[in-house]
Design a protein around this ligand. Structure first.
Ligand code: AMP
Ligand code: FE
Ligand code: FE
Ligand code: ZN
Length: 288
């Protein structure tokens, strides 16, 4: 019998994308950190689900299967969390595949620009950092630079060479945000915008468009996230009240790749229950 409110962390990454721990290690770390309900939400892939599910069953953790979909709104990059989607949905799977292919191509272009400018790095060194079935990302360029002894931590590369303001930056294909919201719903999942008011490339999402997305099936906003200050949290809370959206909180844990700690932000139990109630794509793994 549990006498405390469950600790619910609905946004984490494994080495199936840019986290540093394999799915089973992520699950173990979550149990260690006192997490009761964990969502695995790798960038543009569900490839970590099976291993995470096996580990969750062994350790008695509730696993929420999710994915963090690379999207765009006009010229802004936006991340959409899709919870409990049916992984067999062909339209959604096609978009995830297209993003992964484009991500690999853009890393090759970024490395070309970097090496042409004298930074000692090759695409082969980057590929060596990307495991089989892993969604490639800028952090893998950082990892290759670490391996080569050029830098010490991913942060150093992101502060400079890998930033969106860098001359080496190249974008990648990302699905239109409104289309992604509809795709997640069509796949039986619940769409929640990740860190919706983080500063990224472009102007961001205006309130009027959040209203349109809510009408198109958006389920919630990830309000409680380290990239949000009090103003962003207040904005998310106001929009949620106006449009009947859920508010989630999460760590966006990446293992050793980022400073985010498991359960540094959490989601309320009734919000998790609403997400599960709204979904029909795949069931959460509930363990005794
Ligand atoms: P990409 O998806 O290839 O555009 O790379 C962006 C990803 O890199 C984000 O989703 C973050 O998870 C990760 N990232 C951003 N900044 C950092 C950082 N300072 N250290 C490690 N990872 C980072
Ligand atoms: Fe990431
Ligand atoms: Fe994100
Ligand atoms: Zn994330």
């Amino acid at each position: 019998m549990t006498h405390h409110e469950p600790v619910i962390d609905l946004h984490t990454h494994s080495s199936t994308s840019d986290g540093t721990q394999a799915p089973a290690e992520l699950v173990a770390a979550a149990v260690e950190a006192g997490v009761d309900v964990l969502a695995i939400t790798d960038h543009d892939t569900v490839g970590g689900w099976a291993a995470a599910e096996r580990a969750a069953r062994e350790r008695g953790l509730v696993l929420v299967k999710g994915v963090e979909i690379s999207c765009h709104y006009k010229w802004s990059s936006v991340h959409l969390l899709g919870y409990l989607v049916d992984p067999a949905d062909a339209d959604l799977a096609a978009e995830l595949h297209r993003a992964r292919v484009s991500r690999a191509q853009r890393l090759e272009l970024m490395v070309e620009r970097m090496s042409a400018d004298g930074i000692p790095i090759t695409y082969e060194q980057v590929v060596a950092q990307v495991g089989p079935g892993t969604t490639p990302g800028r952090p893998h360029i950082a990892d290759a630079l670490i391996e080569a002894g050029v830098i010490r931590h991913r942060d150093e590369a992101f502060a400079d060479w890998l930033s969106e303001r860098s001359p080496y930056y190249v974008g990648h294909y990302a699905v239109d945000l409104a289309r992604a919201v509809r795709l997640v719903r069509a796949a039986g999942g619940v769409p929640v915008i990740a860190h919706p008011f983080t500063r990224t490339r472009g102007a961001g999402i205006p309130d009027s468009f959040i209203a349109q997305l809510a009408a198109a099936g958006l389920g919630g906003l990830e309000a409680y996230h380290r990239d949000h200050g009090p103003a962003e949290v207040a904005r998310a809370e106001r929009l949620a009240a106006e449009h009947g959206l859920l508010l989630t909180g999460s760590s966006d844990y990446h293992g050793a790749g980022k400073r985010n700690r498991l359960a540094e932000n959490t989601t309320r139990r009734d919000v998790l229950e609403a997400i599960i109630a709204q979904s029909s794509g795949v069931t959460a793994v509930v363990c005794p």
